[in-house]
Design a protein around this ligand. Structure first.
Ligand SMILES: [Zn+2]
Length: 272
């Protein structure tokens, strides 16, 4: 059952990656093929060519970085990806302006100076609209994850440590499950917020997760899950995004793989 779930998840990730590659290659190809066919907004073919190439380059460097351990080259890749992402975001905004500045366009090629190639324009139009939709959806999910994490901290039962912690887990189905630390007079029985959340999530029928947000009262630094919680999270996959949230809502993104390198996972038992 677990193996089937894992292979289904892997197939889904491969499919999403393939779609991403195809869309970006199509963007570049359309831009190059119809380079001079949008005289009314000549920046549009350049926009598609560059955003396609930039997206492909950033994906390539991400794959490269994931194959490397923490070394100088991996850090160089991270910096390069960051610079590329900043450029792509700015380029995206410029492209959005160029697309809408000629909306609705004329596809009539006999109108020599005031037309745009139909396929080129419609591809750019829907590419940007779908990107905005996807980014907005992700931002809404993320904002809700942070809000619920901060709310969960308010529920903490911590009469001994006076150190409230909140956690919120995002499942692959889009549900958010929260948890808080629950202390006990017999100190060893205390359960952390992350483990409360994951136990709740599993009890509600969830076993596949994409991200966890964790927060506490510390204002001047980002605080990560304890070692025990990192191991418990690792039981349900290595590819978690982990968001460390300060009380003011600012955050630092990391990953479970970075927080617990060379981890012992269920895969080690399967291999025996
Ligand atoms: Zn913990």
């Amino acid at each position: 059952m677990e193996t089937t779930e894992k292979s289904a998840r892997k197939s889904f990730v491969v499919m999403i990656n393939l779609i991403g590659w195809m869309v970006l290659i199509s963007a570049s190809a359309l831009g190059i093929i119809h380079f001079h066919e949008c005289p009314v907004q000549s920046n549009l073919p350049i926009y598609l060519t560059v955003i396609g190439a930039g997206g492909l380059l950033s994906m390539l460097f991400m794959y490269l970085k994931n194959t490397m351990d923490d070394c100088l080259l991996a850090r160089f890749c991270s910096v390069f990806i960051l610079i590329l992402c900043v450029f792509i975001v700015c380029w995206f905004f410029a492209g959005t302006y160029w697309i809408y500045s000629i909306y609705p366009p004329s596809y009539d090629v006999t109108n020599t100076t005031n037309h745009c190639h139909r396929t080129l324009y419609l591809f750019a139009f829907w590419f940007n609209n779908l990107c905005v939709l996807c980014i907005s959806t992700l931002l809404v999910f993320f904002a809700e994850l942070v809000a619920k994490c901060l709310q969960a901290r308010e529920m903490a039962y911590c009469p001994y440590s006076k150190f409230p912690v909140g956690a919120a887990i995002l499942t692959t189905g889009g549900a958010i499950v929260t948890g808080c630390n629950v202390e006990n007079a017999s100190y060893g029985l205390t359960v952390c917020a992350e483990r409360t959340a994951i136990q709740r999530a599993v009890a509600e029928g969830n076993r596949r997760f994409t991200a966890i947000a964790v927060t506490c009262d510390v204002k001047d630094s980002f605080v990560g899950p304890c070692g025990a919680c990192r191991q418990v999270l690792m039981e349900f996959g290595t590819e978690w995004d982990v968001y460390l949230i300060k009380p003011d809502g600012s955050y630092k993104k990391t990953s479970l793989r970075d927080l617990l390198p060379l981890a012992f996972t269920p895969a080690h038992l399967e291999n025996n």
